[in-house]
Design a protein. Structure first.
Lengths: 223, 179
């Protein structure tokens, strides 16, 4: 799996953690990463992209910029996606209502629909079909596990999203959502977790390799 | 004149009655045929039920036999070569093994731990390289649990699985190749 794996969500807290995270990602076997701007970044988006590409290139990793925004209405999804797709390579939506989830699934500019464990029930057949038809994917972020002392409740939500995505054949992308080196996941561990949640091993492997690469190929924005 | 009409009416009535009687006889015979067909269908249904029950019993015994065969079969072991990436020195082996077992327990409970039986069979505390033994069925669980281990003996760690092998020798070879 070395080099073929992709982690489409790194969220470094500070710019100075970025080189270590990229090095660690390369060491863990990732060939592709997508990174959100750190909170302390004060330069322009173009400058961040240049810095990211340079640092990632030093470790043999392809890097893309990404942004996640929360939306509660359909119009919010459309307006923000239209604005952000010009500036970032990948645009992800974290919907807080069923309406926003539906519009995000259908919007051709949205690459990833992030369903947190609390929103697992919004993942149904029609949602999955719309996402699959649009070329996007459902994002399953493993950072939610680290936020709980007892991961059982979080696991239940992740389990529902993962199983329904597999059942309705929607592309599923597993991301670490790492804020630092210590938040990264090895691709084999991430895929094995999906198998433990009940998914077939072949589908679990695609969630860390083929599906993320497909999202980048079809949804890369003009950022 | 009236008597002729009455006689004609009477003849017509008798003819109608005879025709109705004949139709009724015909319908009665048809009904007998339907009843016998229905009885035949019922008896066939009964036989199908018996056959289904017999098949069910046969399948159950086949499944039971397959399950018994699986339990009799020797349990296959798997060995997962891994590398610990840590903040500072790699953690000590006892703490590392405990952390992996605890992570398996968090994911799958005591039954999961008993079934997977994760054991540290080799570990080099200088390099952080090691091998965890588990069962064939438990390998995904142990590899997933490795991802949950983020801290051992107060140090932040990442456990990177390198390769899963059927023997300890192959797992050690994977570690050596990596060096």
């Amino acid at each position: 799996m070395a080099g073929a794996a992709a982690d489409l969500c790194l969220r470094p807290r500070r710019t100075r953690e970025l080189p270590a995270m990229l090095e660690a990602a390369a060491r863990l076997g990732y060939g592709v990463v997508a990174v959100e701007e750190p909170g302390d970044w004060r330069g322009s988006r173009g400058e961040f992209k240049s810095l990211l590409r340079r640092l990632a290139g030093e470790h043999g990793v392809e890097a893309y910029t990404r942004v996640t925004f929360e939306a509660s209405t359909g119009s919010q999804v459309v307006e923000e996606a239209r604005r952000l797709v010009v500036e970032y390579d990948l645009v992800a939506v974290k919907p807080s209502t069923a309406e926003a989830a539906r519009i995000a699934a259908r919007d051709p500019r949205v690459a990833l629909v992030l369903l947190p464990p609390s929103m697992a029930r919004y993942m149904d057949r029609s949602e999955a079909e719309m996402i699959a038809a649009g070329g996007g994917a459902v994002e399953l972020r493993l950072a939610y596990l680290a936020q709980q002392r007892d991961p059982r409740r979080t696991l239940r939500g992740l389990l529902i999203v993962a199983r329904r995505a597999a059942a309705y054949e929607a592309p599923l992308v597993v991301t670490s959502g790492a804020r630092s080196v210590w938040g990264l996941w090895h691709p084999a561990s991430a895929a094995s977790l999906l198998v433990v949640l009940g998914l077939p091993p072949s589908y679990a492997k695609l969630a860390v390799t083929g599906f993320p690469r497909r999202v980048i190929a079809t949804k890369r924005g003009g950022g | 004149m009236l008597s002729v009409i009455a006689a004609a009416l009477a003849v017509a009535a008798v003819a109608a009655a005879i025709s109705l009687h004949r139709r009724a006889r015909r319908l009665e015979e048809e009904l007998k045929g339907v009843k016998s067909a229905l009885e035949e269908v019922r008896s066939v249904e009964g036989e199908v039920r018996v056959i289904r029950r017999a098949l069910g019993a046969v399948l159950e015994s086949v499944e039971a036999e397959e399950l018994a065969e699986r339990l009799r079969r020797k349990r296959r072991r798997r060995y997962i070569a891994f590398q610990v990436i840590s903040e500072g020195e790699p953690p000590p082996p006892e703490e590392l093994e405990k952390a992996i077992v605890d992570a398996v327990r968090r994911l799958a409970g005591e039954v999961g731990v008993a079934d997977a039986r994760p054991r540290l069979v080799y570990y080099d505390p200088r390099t952080g390289e090691g091998i965890v033994g588990t069962t064939h069925a438990g390998k995904y669980l142990v590899i997933a649990a490795m991802g949950l281990v983020r801290s051992v003996a107060g140090r932040r760690v990442l456990i990177a699985p390198i390769r899963t092998a059927g023997t300890i020798r192959r797992a050690r070879r994977a570690l050596a190749r990596r060096r």
